[in-house]
Design a protein around this ligand. Sequence first.
Ligand SMILES: Nc1nc2c(ncn2[C@@H]2O[C@H](COP(=O)(O)OP(=O)(O)OP(=O)(O)O)[C@@H](O)[C@H]2O)c(=O)[nH]1
Ligand SMILES: [Mg+2]
Length: 237
Amino acid sequence: MDSAAKRDIATVILARNEAPTVGAAVTGAMAHCARVVVMDGHSTDTTVEISRRAGAEVHSDPGTGKGAAIRASLDLVTEPVVVFMDADGSHDPDDIPRLADPVLRGNADLCVGSRFTGGSEELSMTFGQLIRTIGNIAMNVAINERWNVQLTDTLNGFRAGRRDALLAVGLRADIHTIEQEMVMKMLLARHRVVNVPTHEYPRRFGDSHIKIWRQWPRFVGNVAAHVVRRTRPVKRD
Ligand SMILES: Nc1nc2c(ncn2[C@@H]2O[C@H](COP(=O)(O)OP(=O)(O)OP(=O)(O)O)[C@@H](O)[C@H]2O)c(=O)[nH]1
Ligand SMILES: [Mg+2]
């Protein structure tokens, strides 16, 4: 990626108690963008210090979850293209150019990494992951049917989007449901959403912050609410 393209990209890394992996995420991302922002979820380990030492700007999130952190980050960066990446080692920073490219070229407004075409070592190894995989596919099918698109992954947190469009659609989710909300609100506003293959690695340390048994009704309810909502006549610029 040339330096003119890099100037237009900010990477936002979501991190809550990810000290063992956040440093590599920051260093890897810095090679591909103008600015790396770590949104810290009030970590009690050394996530903040390690992120700063690796060269990131660090901001505290509002304290209500990953969705709130993503929403707050959109007001902090100024670059036209924002890449969102996890800090737990699941995402490969070298995929950033591939994710950002369709948005930089004006071929897409949101580009989501697809684990179904890029491969995942996180899906379907345990019963909980199997439930997540089935739920993920079911939600993709609902979204594809509703908006006549052919997306293979709508929940992956590794994604690039046009900052102005993401701000304009009015994201509201506080928790991980922001990922599907973002896809559906972008489609509702008639923006172009695409997938590119990205590989997902297993979380290397620590525990998941998703409480799947408690949170799945919110994921399903969120999709159902948006799928039945009528498309707003939004002007695309
Ligand atoms: N800023 C912030 N980051 C968070 C919060 N909750 C989770 N994260 C980060 O968001 C990323 C994704 O969270 P995970 O718990 O890994 O969720 P997941 O990838 O769906 O689940 P795993 O299977 O455990 O990998 C990780 O880098 C977390 O550290 C939060 O409340 N605030
Ligand atoms: Mg993870």
